[in-house]
Design a protein around this ligand. Structure first.
Ligand code: HEC
Length: 157
């Protein structure tokens, strides 16, 4: 049945978990490679959160129900560069060395992503269904643009 609360629950939980991970990462030991697993967990949750918005958009749900998820995503987008601390470039990271050698370029990619996510929040809050659908695709383009340059290529499949 069309119960928005039950539909939103997984998304909201993912958002809460994402926020908690960022807090733990920010409060914990950020030296060297210790931050890598927290950073990766947060990226995975952000991916789940972002992907989870798509079925709701395609179903034509009231996009205002996506505001909490969009806000969690935007919050993550604004804070993610801070998790690429100096020396956290070893042991299992998929981040390429240019994240650190081209800090300005990486910050620019992250800031474009944050801007796009902020716009998604605004469109969702305005209840603009076609706007949210179009902006979701723009945000996905921001994921890809950064991964193309700063993320290790995916293994062939
Ligand atoms: C500013 C650059 C940037 C943006 C924007 C970005 N990512 Fe990433 N992402 C990375 C980097 C770098 C890593 C690798 C982190 C690590 O392993 O230390 C990563 C890791 C991930 C992971 C973890 C699994 C893996 O293969 O490394 C997922 C899932 C992911 N990103 C999805 C997304 C999605 C979905 C978006 C957009 C909604 C997005 N990313 C936006 C840079 C970015």
């Amino acid at each position: 049945m069309g119960n928005h609360l039950s539909k939103m629950k997984p998304l909201m939980l993912a958002g809460l978990a994402l926020g908690a991970t960022v807090l733990v990462a920010a409060g914990g030991d950020q030296s060297g490679d210790a931050v890598i697993p927290a950073r990766q967990a947060a990226f995975r949750m952000s991916g789940t959160l972002f992907g989870g918005m798509k079925p709701a958009i395609d179903r034509g749900d009231d996009v205002k129900t996506l505001v909490p998820a969009a806000k969690a995503l935007a919050g993550w987008a604004h804070t993610l560069p801070g998790l690429f601390t100096p020396g956290s470039d070893g042991a299992g990271t998929k981040a390429l060395p240019n994240v650190w050698s081209d800090k300005a370029g990486f910050a620019k990619a992250a800031s474009a992503y944050a801007d796009a996510a902020d716009k998604l929040v605004a469109l969702a809050a305005a209840g603009d269904q076609p706007g949210v659908a179009a902006q979701w695709a723009v945000v996905r383009q921001n994921c890809k643009a950064c991964h193309d340059v700063y993320h290790a290529p995916m293994p062939p499949h």
